[in-house]
Design a protein around this ligand. Sequence first.
Ligand code: ATP
Length: 238
Amino acid sequence: MTVLECRGLDAGYSRGKACVHGLDLSVDAGEIVALLGPNGAGKTTLLTTLAGLLPSLGGEVSVGGQAVRAGDARAAVRAGLVLVPDDRSLFKQLTTRQNLQLAIRRRGAARTEAVDRVLDHFPSLRARLKVAAGELSGGEQQMLAIGRALLQQPKVLLIDELSMGLAPIVVESILPVLREVADNDRTAVVLVEQHVRLALDTADRAVVLVHGEIELTDSAATLAGDIGRVEEAYLGSA
Ligand code: ATP
């Protein structure tokens, strides 16, 4: 069942200068889509626009069949579009626990339960609850950022540059959580990831964006078996 639908989406930083052009993209509930492509292809621009942090320059976005107002970050979160930005956007002076608690509106038992569920996904954060977010390792900060996003009950989780600054072994410990969330909660995930191999091992489908247009899309398993096609798509941009 389609949860995220983009039709003819134009995105960019000023009118008449779109860097994502007429993008059509559908993502199913429970599906992980790896969004790949060279630097400057428009991946961050696309995620930021979906999260309502940039006004769109044209086209439509809907979640669960309901149109989402463009350029309205609150409307995007209400619709279930939740972004984990590449800078992770944590409250660095606040503790891990406070960062988690601030991510949810609910109070009392419901809040404790929701935080507990996140900590079940990322058990290593349990020992770090009283530590300021700024003191956490890069991997722990990324777990916390994803944890905060999960507490907002996303229908579509948008993750930018998951592995930025992280050792592959750390990334490999985080990626299975995305699979669990997709499989168990039917959350859709759009994952921007520089490590093509890791991305293809996790995702159901990959989309290669080049110069703001979809150059290639196929099942991740098919592309993992023919990585040359992905490389060619990247090079198509040269
Ligand atoms: P990267 O991996 O380098 O982040 P990307 O695929 O995420 O690449 P974007 O960051 O979305 O690409 O950039 C798409 C285009 O928009 C590029 O030409 C870039 O120079 C431009 N751009 C990015 N940020 C801004 C900004 N704040 N103002 C104006 N142009 C921008």
